[in-house]
Design a protein around this ligand. Sequence first.
Ligand code: EPU
Length: 421
Amino acid sequence: MDAIVVDGGVPLQGNVSVSGAKNAALPILAAALLVEGEVVLEEVPDLRDIRTMIQLLQELGCAVERHADRSVSVVVEDETRSEAPYDIVKQMRAGFCVLGPLLARRGRARVSMPGGCNLGVRPVDLHLKGLRALGARFDLSGGFISAEGRLRGDEVFLSGAFGSTVLGTANVLMAATLAEGRTVIEGSACEPEIADLAGFLVACGAKITGIGSHRLEIEGVPRLTGSRWRIIPDRMEAGTFLAAAAATGGDVTVAGARATDMGAVVETLRAMGCSVERSAAGIRVVGERRPVPVDVTTLPYPGFPTDLQAPFSAALTLASGISVVTEKIYPERFMHVPELNRMGAQIRKQGPSQIIHGVDDLHGAEVMASDLRGGASLIVGGLAASGQTTVHRVYHVDRGYDGIEDKFSSLGARIRRIEGA
Ligand code: EPU
């Protein structure tokens, strides 16, 4: 297993380019199952979850090619297969997103139930509720959901106790594009990644209105045809670089970051005392020597994203006072807390909140990633800490960041990967 070693304490300086968004590319790759003809996706990031999704598409009869210009082409060649195996879905919940497309296009699917993960229980009841409303019948046995049925449009409400479901909206939206008649999804997720998926589906001939809102209307069409689509920039990767700039008192420009998707993040950086410049080319952040403490609550879009909670918490460990960070999407998403505390942070967990007492200095330590964003927060902490930090189990980070050590190196960080550590 690889580790990342950081010799911290260097303010990050310079420009870094953002990759395409993992969480847009994953459901859009799944949506290729709906399409007749070739789909070409541009700016697909080269990371572990994407490779897993490509493997799943190949299992399901697709020919997939990755090209040197970061594009990926997908053509469905064999529609007889309809099983998403446990080995793949257990690695990545987004694999569950093939359920809607398989049902809509092939009339049946057998998809491994994803189970819980390091972020908590993570049920799929809303995915199933939405697809059931469209006429799917389900049977659960041996850890697999078997589904069949001819889909017809209907009205569904997809918001639950923690707000709208992102991948649940993706699953139902994809299924509805080929269902007979009109589907209305109330309480749909309005994350930019869902808008990107909807935009791609429209480019393939789907009829969708309300894109970017909490009410999507879909008029089913008999078929979707291949098209070329450019994946939006990754706001979570961009936000991680910006958090690292704030943590190290640096001056970083994230080229290609879309400020329009990152209002709550920009607002939080300003509250932390950073100067933020937004332009069509990207976002520039200049950090203070120490961040100003802030209270942050994660919420569905356009609120502050749960995926940036851990990286920003790492920056706030060095704030000049007390910050309260509350998690409203995944109340158990705090695996980074004991690891940051090993580096000298003073974070106390209280229910779904962290009370962060800012300290003067973090010191390097051996720490362990146990989820993607938590792992990224340990790298942010290591960049700001004095001395050397080794982040073990970095495969969690590789799920969602394309060449993270190279990108941080380009900003002047002293960071390297040790293979097989
Ligand atoms: N939920 C339910 N029932 C469901 C589905 C979700 O109760 O059927 C709950 C979840 O337990 C959670 C909340 O609803 O409390 C929101 O979950 P959601 O379904 O929106 O999460 P997701 O779609 O499974 C995506 C991202 C996550 C991101 C969340 C929230 C992808 C591939 N994953 O997950 O990204 O944290 O939305 O924004 O798009 C990451 O990239 O590190 C990551 C975990």
